[in-house]
Design a protein around this ligand. Structure first.
Ligand code: GLA
Length: 383
């Protein structure tokens, strides 16, 4: 991987112009001017500013007609347009076309999640004998990095001189940010391949031991239309076990078999099949048979209407399958249609929730000198 040489005018144009503006970002003008082509397969549009930093929307395209849009605000994937069986195209990811909508704090649509994806119980953990207190932003627990997680910050963006369209995002989370120890340097690279894969690579380093659990919170509806429920999609998850939770969605620490329970997705089944026996809907962590470490196929989501399937590959040991149980029609999708209950779902690759307080779970502690590395691929296949 090579960075674009700085003599390229286009690379110069990628150096952020810092502005002195601050104040109410909601009132900022949204510049949705015409896109600048950066190189084949990647263009960039000004999208406004936040926290005094320029926000852009990048468009990655492949020669198969697929397109992914990503903003450096929250590292958010705002759109993933792919073909269907009938030769049409639609957007299979929930998202918006303007920054202002993201500033209304939607439930993490498409965003990068960090420093810790999912919940940490009682918003605290102990590490090396010291207790760290986090923001309780989900009842008494902390969720998705706290009040201002990695989904609500502006990342520095660089376009790499790779053969495939690829965007690299960098963010330095300061020691003490949201209560977490250590300066954490995070890098996330998004790539769109010729096989209609959205590939996400996460890297991080720290100068003090800290929990790290990075993921992406894209919501999918493979029909491309949020008027269709996702309960008719079929799903396979290659996991014999899951982590049961309490009433606040914190794991008990047990690892239980899915056999004979509604959590059994070993053989693909309609999501709606056993749905009524899961109070509140699915919002659980599956313990993947792949165990993490190497990139393996762990789940396949399919929709018979469009003929699309989404294959999920990851190096992570866990998968949070969430059926959009808190979607309430408050936000409208790209096409203006309300995003209602169970009209989109998430397949968040991750380490298990509350691992810092669960000695029996795979460790999420990153130490100085170690390198955090994780990969996930969302591949769209049309049958
Ligand atoms: C994750 C959680 C859910 C919910 C969503 C965001 O999937 O597990 O409980 O908080 O994020 O709304």
């Amino acid at each position: 991987m090579k960075k674009l040489n700085s003599t390229f005018p286009i690379a110069l144009s990628l150096i952020w112009a810092l502005t002195s503006c601050n104040g109410n970002n909601e009132d900022k003008k949204q510049d949705t001017g015409s896109p600048d082509t950066i190189k084949a397969g990647i263009s960039r549009t000004d999208w406004g500013e936040f926290d005094g930093k320029k926000v852009y929307l990048f468009r990655l395209t492949n020669t198969k007609g697929s397109e992914v849009k990503i903003s450096n605000y929250g590292g958010t994937v705002t759109s993933f347009v792919t073909g269907d069986r009938a030769g049409g195209k639609s957007d299979i990811i929930i998202g918006f076309d303007s920054l202002n909508n993201y500033l209304r704090k939607p439930p993490y649509f498409g965003a990068l999640i960090g420093r810790y994806g999912n919940r940490i119980g009682n918003a605290r953990f102990k590490l090396d004998g010291k207790e760290y207190k986090l923001a309780a932003n989900d009842g008494k627990n902390t969720l998705h990095g706290g009040l201002k997680g990695f989904d609500k910050v502006v990342w520095d963006a660089t376009v790499m001189n790779d053969s495939l369209p690829s965007l690299t995002l960098n963010y330095v989370s300061k020691d003490g940010e949201e209560g977490y120890p250590g300066n954490l340097k995070g890098t996330v690279q998004y790539t769109l391949t010729e096989d209609n894969e959205l590939k996400i690579e996460y890297n991080a380093e720290t100068d003090k031991a800290t929990p790290v659990n990075l993921t992406n919170h894209s919501y999918f509806n493979l029909t491309g239309d949020v008027n269709n429920t996702i309960l008719n999609h079929t799903l396979m998850i290659d996991a014999d076990n899951y982590t049961p939770v309490d009433g606040t969605l914190i794991p008990s620490g047990e690892i239980k078999t899915v056999k004979g329970t509604p959590f059994d997705f070993i053989t693909a089944k309609a999501i709606g099949k056993d749905f009524d026996s899961v109070k509140g809907g699915y919002d659980h962590n599956w313990v993947l048979n792949s165990k993490g470490g190497s990139l393996q196929k762990v789940a396949v989501l399919s929709d018979s209407l469009s003929g699309r399937s989404l294959e999920v590959y990851t190096t992570e040991p866990g998968l949070q399958f969430y059926t959009g149980n808190f979607l309430d029609g408050k936000f409208n999708n790209h096409d203006g249609k309300p995003i209602n209950l169970h009209t989109a779902l998430c397949l968040e690759t991750q380490h298990f929730p509350d691992s810092p307080n669960k000695p029996g779970f795979p460790s999420t502690i990153l130490k100085p000198g170690e390198k955090y590395h994780s990969e996930t691929v969302y591949k769209v296949v049309v049958n």
